[in-house]
Design a binder for this molecule. Structure first.
Ligand SMILES: C[S@@+](CC[C@H](N)C(=O)[O-])C[C@H]1O[C@@H](n2cnc3c(N)ncnc32)[C@H](O)[C@@H]1O
Length: 208
């Protein structure tokens, strides 16, 4: 049984891990290189946490609705927005089962390191596609398939990363086309007395 992980308990110290900041910067760069961003774009960040990736992307898009099921994460994000005077990101709590997922339509839906916490990625991708404007883009960044050693605590982890080929099939089944996948980051973690790198991908698909 996979226990639910309480991200509210981690929110206050979430940004203190340098690896998370580096990961978000790498993903933000990969997104800018891979997806055509523009000032008219309405975006959704699913599982935004403290908004590390949203803050990387916001200068290049119109607006971002940043959703998460953990209110404490959103509170940290709001404090950061207030401190930085950033006005085009709006944090919003959603239910863990996604029942009240905002309807959009969005030009870009992105999600970083959240898909492996979702039991049924296929139905989440279908929800995303429903909420995309025609021509809109889904952009998922997550771990490549790993052996389960990435998380110190396996609570709430439903997937040990993803095989790019299999996730690509799920993108296609959800109705996305023009698939592109690339390396996005290498997350270094101390493991067994040394450092171990966990590769991450960025996968992009477009709604016809
Ligand atoms: C590993 S964190 C990543 C946070 C952020 N995207 C980042 O890159 O720093 C995963 C986030 O997804 C959120 N989350 C997990 N399952 C969720 C769900 N079903 N609906 C909404 N948010 C969810 C958690 O609360 C947590 O903030």
């Amino acid at each position: 049984v996979v226990q639910k992980r309480d991200f509210n308990k981690e929110a206050a110290v979430w940004d203190e891990k340098p690896l998370r900041l580096k990961l978000a910067a790498d993903v933000g760069l990969a997104m800018r290189e891979t997806v055509e961003l523009g000032p008219g774009m309405a975006c959704l960040d699913f599982g935004c946490g403290t908004g590390l990736v949203s803050l990387q992307v916001q200068p290049y898009v119109g607006s971002i609705l940043a959703v998460d099921s953990a209110q404490a994460m959103l509170d940290i994000l709001q404090a950061k927005l207030d401190a930085a005077g950033v006005h085009n990101i709006r944090p919003q709590r959603i239910a863990h089962d996604g029942a009240d997922m905002p309807v959009g339509p969005f030009d870009l839906i992105f999600s970083n390191m959240t898909l492996h916490h979702v039991p049924d990625p296929a139905s989440l991708l279908a929800q995303f596609v429903e909420r995309l404007a025609p021509g809109g883009v889904v952009c998922i960044s997550d771990l490549d398939a790993e052996d389960g050693s990435f998380h110190d605590d396996g609570a709430g982890v439903f997937h040990h990363g993803f095989e790019r080929e299999r996730l690509g099939e799920l993108f296609l089944e959800a109705g996305l086309t023009d698939l592109r996948a690339r390396d996005a980051a290498l997350v270094q973690k101390p493991r067994q007395g040394g450092m171990r790198g966990y590769p991450m991908f960025l996968m992009v698909g477009r709604k016809a």
